[in-house]
Design a protein around this ligand. Structure first.
Ligand code: THU
Length: 136
């Protein structure tokens, strides 16, 4: 269970990342922060491209930052997605799949500038997931 302290750390990191988003095409800024197995926080923002399909989401950038840090094994305990919007944003399908690789049971929190917050787990967002065990 995510502590209030870790939740606050994730929110601060995700908010900071959202401010650094590169989203000139959609104007939709997203910040994400993951809590690793060792208690570290890694943040990412969405990075768009003039070739639209090459855009990458904030959540995947956060996860890839954890992996690139060399923490072994890379494990996601929780992810927080922040959008400066009136309602919270759940992770897209592609990001759910990538989160499943490193945190199949992780907590997922979506926060925004309104009072509503989503709080769930990845296995609820991606039931019967295809993952590493299928290839073992
Ligand atoms: N986006 C994210 O960063 N995460 C999501 O889970 C959904 C969508 C980004 C991609 C794109 O830059 C913008 O939001 C609009 O789709």
């Amino acid at each position: 269970m995510l502590s209030d302290d870790d939740l606050a750390r994730l929110l601060e990191a995700a908010r900071g990342a959202a401010a650094r988003a590169y989203a000139p095409y959609s104007g939709f800024r997203v910040g994400a922060a993951v809590l690793s197995g060792r208690g570290e926080v890694f943040a990412g923002c969405n990075v768009e491209n003039a070739s639209y399909g090459l855009t990458i989401c904030a959540e995947r950038n956060a996860v890839f930052g954890l992996v690139a840090s060399g923490e072994a094994p890379p494990t996601v305990l929780a992810v927080l997605i922040y959008t400066p919007t009136p309602t919270p944003t759940a992770p897209c399908g592609a990001c759910r799949q990538v989160l499943n690789e490193f945190g199949p049971g992780c907590e997922v929190v979506s926060a925004c500038d309104g009072p509503e917050r989503l709080r769930t787990t990845l296995d609820r967002l991606l039931p019967d997931a295809f993952g590493p065990r299928n290839l073992a």
